[in-house]
Design a protein around this ligand. Structure first.
Ligand SMILES: Cc1cc2nc3c(=O)[nH]c(=O)nc-3n(C[C@H](O)[C@H](O)[C@H](O)COP(=O)(O)OP(=O)(O)OC[C@H]3O[C@@H](n4cnc5c(N)ncnc54)[C@H](O)[C@@H]3O)c2cc1C
Length: 328
């Protein structure tokens, strides 16, 4: 049991959670990061990976995904436990630790840092009969492993950057790729859209999915229909990838036994919440004068970690050694 108890569990792998992970590693804390998404990076990776950020100290500008990659590189030496595609539903205080219940398992931790941003991100799901049974088998909302689609007939739905980029990447491994979008024009970068038109990818616009056609628990084809419902086409496939974007909601967090102000968790300047041992940082937390920026989350992360260490063991220094001295 003891080996399963972590010093610090960080809920959320966005920039605030990742930098808290680095700092926790530097202070020698046994650390776990849990995120509902299949990859780390929070809003930066999911919503604007290609955008340049201009207000991170020390960087005249930095591409959002490059910043995430650097944050991930910074925590690598610590070999933290990282649990992806897991949503933290609730937590409970036991005598000497907390239990955190996710949709997959129970985790144990002496302290918790909540870095949950605007809440859990969930993909906007396809609203067509039969979709739930097919999820993860033939219907996907993320691409984790390109090889799963090698030599397969794949249909992608969506018209934004991710849908177009995925289609172009899949063209290299799949037998065939068809992209279906409800509008005549794609919303992706012009350069990517030009590449799409020059590729072997079959483009079906403006069309939406009308039905998933199954036989023996297997999806064999989809039927697409144009908005005026005059033209119907059936496309045989092995896999359907839906990229309709993501929405975030506090979800289970709203019910957590903490003090809230609006949709944010109320925290002290020490980042401690109304429950001792639980700290909140980044966009999820608020206090008087709070400004919700990446830079703010980066500042709050060391405060939360040092206070968590002090909470776990009050004889430990709150004020840490400087990193320059630690690595000498
Ligand atoms: C288009 C756009 C441009 C922006 N540009 C800038 C900019 O230029 N400069 C700037 O400073 N800020 C910018 N921001 C804001 C910035 O992205 C946020 O301030 C920052 O992402 C907050 O970081 P975070 O780590 O607190 O939360 P997030 O990045 O939101 O990460 C939170 C993570 O927690 C996970 N999570 C939530 N609830 C749970 C749960 N119950 N269980 C498991 N995981 C959970 C989420 O899935 C998410 O991955 C921009 C935002 C957008 C949308």
């Amino acid at each position: 049991m003891n080996e399963n108890i972590y010093d610090i569990t960080i809920i959320g792998g966005g920039p605030a959670g990742l930098f808290a992970g680095f700092y926790a590693g530097m202070r020698g804390a046994k650390t776990k990061i849990i995120d509902v998404l299949p990859e780390l990076g929070g809003q930066l990776s999911l919503l604007y990976p290609e955008k340049l950020i201009y207000d991170v100290a020390g960087f005249p500008n930095v591409k959002a995904q490059d910043l995430v990659n650097s944050l991930i590189k910074q925590i690598e030496p610590f070999n933290h436990s990282v649990c992806l595609e897991e949503e933290v539903i609730s937590f409970e205080k036991k005598e000497e630790y907390f239990t955190l219940t996710t949709d997959k398992e129970i985790h144990y931790s002496k302290s918790i840092i909540i870095a949950a941003g605007n809440g859990s991100f969930q993909p906007r799901r396809l609203n067509v009969e039969g979709n739930e049974d097919l999820e993860r088998k033939q219907l996907h909302y993320y691409i984790k492993d390109m090889n799963a689609f090698s030599n397969k007939d794949v249909v992608i739905c969506g018209g934004g950057d991710s849908a177009v980029d995925w289609a172009l990447m899949l063209e290299e491994v799949a037998s065939s790729v068809t992209i279906v979008h409800r509008r005549p024009q794609f919303r992706a970068h012009e350069h990517s859209v030009n590449k799409l038109h020059e590729s072997s990818i079959v483009i079906k616009t403006p069309f939406v999915i009308d039905s998933l056609n199954q036989a023996n628990d297997k999806m064999e084809s989809i039927t697409i229909i144009n908005p005026k419902k005059e033209i119907e086409e059936t496309i045989p496939l092995d896999h359907l990838i839906v990229n309709y974007g993501f929405s975030s909601s506090l979800g289970p967090i709203k019910k957590w036994p903490l003090e809230f102000k609006g949709l944010s968790i109320l925290a002290k300047t020490s980042t401690e919440t109304s429950t001792p041992g639980i700290f909140a940082i980044g966009d999820i937390s608020t206090y008087e004068g709070k400004v919700k920026l990446i830079a703010t989350g980066f500042g709050e992360a060391p405060t939360a970690v040092n206070n968590a260490i002090h909470f776990i063991n009050p004889t430990e220094r709150l004020q840490p050694m400087h990193s320059t001295s630690l690595y000498e």
